[in-house]
Design a protein around this ligand. Structure first.
Ligand code: LFR
Length: 475
């Protein structure tokens, strides 16, 4: 029997604690707790309800310990870029949500001293207005940084509360914009140039490292029978998801589709050409030193924010029925730019989409079903285009697209991506992120061994993906 491990996986709309079991060529995973992640807006901005999330994580871990008293370890992953500021170990304020608008001031202040080109050469990141370095610059400009002596990314913050040790796991640290691409160490020269305090950044660790045992008080609180370690996993959720792509060839692209659609290829070396910068492709750090060469497409956010708008207008939405109705739409619908930055902030998504259609001279969706069809067609179009661009820019051949995460359950999306890309789509697993988290813990515990290819073979064997064959030739 394999040693059970607990994966804490927090996404932008919901969190979960899963129990995972990995043995030689077998893997299984089951949820022990699921809870919503609902941001809160106050006069000062949009925030994560971090204490509520932490409470839910603790309750989930306690449930995991009850179900599996022999629990072997814990790993934590969340969305990237966001952080808490601390002083003397205490959190200052409530972490901001990356969709908060305060970052514009940080982008401006940063670009005043270092150009977008220079930044790309140093950190290899696509420009996203919420990259950590822009958020920190905004905090410096507003005085929010004053008095802080530590910055902890969200998974590292939760890990600190569990173990008392402050670290920065490298895959997630790579999304800050403050790691140098050449050695993936904190970039002292850049920090100095952009006037951010080096001292707030903790020691770096790698996925697979043992961070520390849980604090004795936490062990008691969770009802754990013995000492266990918090193990660093790909703490950036997308890094964990890419670990669990059930690829059996090296010529694959991935789409990790949840709130965002992260579309790209895995590489050994970064690509920081001018063409890659212009296409806004990022070189994020992957597990085992791989490079996640990808582009952020808006993802299912477009759908969830539309549903939220309709519901706040008093409408009752039956999402499965709405998706069926969208699949049955036969009239041609508008394909808008799913990468449009105007779609980033929370708000009235249907109106913004209608505006995009109007500006593009495209037919306005006439019903809710047509709206949803238009969203999914537009996402599929952007996904297919990003796969093509990733392949061209990296010269990595792509024979198959792996679509993992929540979006892999959306039959229409998978079918349309296959058709628009002219490539087979292999859909699943849905819980790729938690599985990647479980696999890296299990490798550290010795339940499984080998490189990412061996881990992926275990996923492919245990959770075979669903094939969508394109009805068109490659475009
Ligand atoms: C996906 C994700 C993306 C990151 C975005 C913001 O959950 O982690 O990879 O760009 O959220 O953190």
């Amino acid at each position: 029997m394999s040693t059970p491990v607990a994966a804490v996986d927090l996404g932008a709309t919901s969190g979960r604690v899963m129990l995972g079991y990995v043995g030689h060529n077998e893997l299984s995973i089951r949820p022990v707790a699921r809870f919503p992640n609902t941001p809160v807006r106050e006069a000062g901005g949009l925030h994560w309800n971090i204490l509520e999330l932490y409470r839910s994580v603790l309750a989930g871990l306690a449930a995991a310990a009850r179900e599996e008293p022999g629990l072997g370890s814990i790993g934590i992953d969340t969305w990237a870029v966001d952080y808490a500021l601390l002083r003397d170990g205490r959190m200052l304020g409530t972490p901001f949500h990356y969709r908060d608008g305060r970052t514009a001031a940080g982008v401006e202040a940063t670009h005043a001293v270092v150009s977008a080109r220079e930044l790309y050469a140093a950190n290899g990141l696509q420009h996203l207005p919420f990259n950590t370095l822009f958020q920190l610059a905004a905090d410096r400009e507003s005085g929010t940084l004053d008095g802080a002596d530590r910055m902890l990314l969200i998974p590292d913050l939760l890990g600190y509360w569990l173990t008392g040790r402050q670290v920065a796991e490298r895959t997630n640290a790579s999304t800050t914009g403050l790691l140098h691409l050449s050695n993936r160490e904190w970039d002292d020269a850049l920090l100095q140039r952009v006037d951010l305090p080096r001292g707030i950044l903790p020691e770096l660790v790698d996925a697979g490292d043992r961070i520390a045992p849980l604090l004795p008080t936490m062990r008691t609180e969770l009802g754990l029978a013995r000492d266990i370690d918090l193990i660093a996993v790909g703490s950036h959720d997308t890094a964990s998801a890419v670990v669990a792509v059930p690829a059996t060839t090296s010529n694959f692209a991935y789409i990790s589709c949840g709130t965002w659609g992260l579309v790209g290829v895995e590489l050994e070396h970064p690509v920081i050409t001018e063409a890659a910068r212009a296409a806004n492709f990022t070189n994020e750090g992957g597990v085992d030193g791989r490079v996640r060469f990808l582009h952020n497409v808006m993802g299912l956010w477009l759908l969830s924010e539309s549903v939220r708008t309709w519901e706040s207008d008093g409408l009752t939405i039956d999402l499965p029925a709405l998706l069926d109705a969208a699949a049955a739409v036969t009239a041609p619908v508008a394909v808008f730019d799913a990468n449009d930055p105007g779609l980033l902030a929370p708000g009235d998504m249907p109106s913004r989409i209608a505006q995009l259609c109007l500006r593009g001279g495209m037919p306005m969706p006439a019903s809710m079903a047509e709206f949803v069809r238009s969203i999914i067609e537009s996402l599929a179009d952007a996904f297919a285009a990003a796969v093509r661009t990733a392949s061209e820019l990296s010269t990595q051949r792509v024979d198959v697209i792996h679509l993992v995460g929540g979006g892999s359950q959306n039959d229409l999306l998978c079918r349309l991506v296959a058709d628009r890309a002219g490539l087979p789509v292999l859909a699943g697993p849905v819980e790729a992120t938690a599985i990647g988290n479980v696999l890296i813990q299990s490798r550290t515990l010795g339940a499984v061994s080998g490189d990412l290819e061996s881990l992926r073979a275990v996923v492919a064997e245990s959770l075979p993906p669903l094939l969508y064959t394109p009805r068109t030739a490659p475009g």
